[in-house]
Design a protein around this ligand. Structure first.
Ligand SMILES: [Zn+2]
Length: 235
């Protein structure tokens, strides 16, 4: 049971923020970090080097893009590079290049962080295999959600309006996916900032995957909060 890919419970803060962004911790993390790339140790690390120009990553991109695009692909700055890949079809396999590009960039960045912070090394070829699996899951989930009514209540009843918490509520949700049966389940609670339970809910669906479970837990949590009269939503 469960998903190793998307296994963390999700918490929405509805109404106000309670957790400061750990900016100070992020800045402190970078003190005393060497400027060289952690993967190749051959160049100063900047965003474009990590995402495109690091030797292993460059060979990955060369295997993914059309041969005639190589000079243009590697000859632009990061703004032009992102814009080009999100607007034009540079991929060898046609179709969905924009999605493959975005997921591949995310996996490259994740791989770099695993090397830097956890000293984990993985093959660059794994990036393409993982990207293909993620895109299959995206497409499958997209097709399933096309038939789901996600509209919230247009008006709120008098009872629900009276129960609205002015300081906001906290929606905690979690979901699970069974590799054996393919079924998914999700549920959660809505509580006040003081910890008073306002509502709990759960949902079981006959088939899906880890991403579908994750999206359903977010959807059902936000929908219950909205339908329950909590109108000020900060996610
Ligand atoms: Zn490098």
């Amino acid at each position: 049971m469960g998903s190793s890919l998307l296994s963390r419970p999700t918490e929405f803060l509805v109404g106000k923020r309670t957790v400061d962004q750990p900016l100070g911790a992020c800045i402190r993390r970078w003190i005393n970090v060497a400027p060289e790339c952690v993967c190749c140790e051959q160049a100063i690390e900047d965003s474009l080097h990590v995402l495109r120009d690091c030797p292993d990553i460059k060979s990955l991109w060369v295997s993914l893009i059309k041969p005639g695009w190589v000079n243009r692909f590697f000859g632009c700055n990061i703004q032009e590079w992102c814009s080009m890949n999100l607007r034009e079809n540079c991929g060898r396999d046609g179709g969905q290049w924009r999605d493959l590009f975005a997921v591949t960039c995310w996996l490259i960045w994740k791989r770099r962080n695993e090397k830097m912070f956890e000293d984990q090394t993985s093959s660059v070829r794994e990036i393409h295999d993982k990207a293909k699996v993620i895109l299959i899951s995206f497409n499958s989930t997209k097709n399933r959600l096309q038939h789901v009514n996600i509209r919230g209540a247009q008006t709120h009843s008098e009872r629900n309006s009276c129960s609205r918490i002015e300081n906001g509520v906290i929606v905690r949700v979690d979901g699970a996916f069974s590799h054996n049966s393919g079924s998914i389940g999700c549920g959660g609670t809505i509580i006040t900032p003081e910890g008073t339970l306002l509502e709990s809910f759960m949902l079981r669906l006959p088939d899906g995957d880890a991403l579908f479970a994750k999206l359903w837990e977010c959807l059902i949590g936000l929908k219950r909060a909205w339908d329950g009269g909590q109108k000020s939503l900060h996610v």
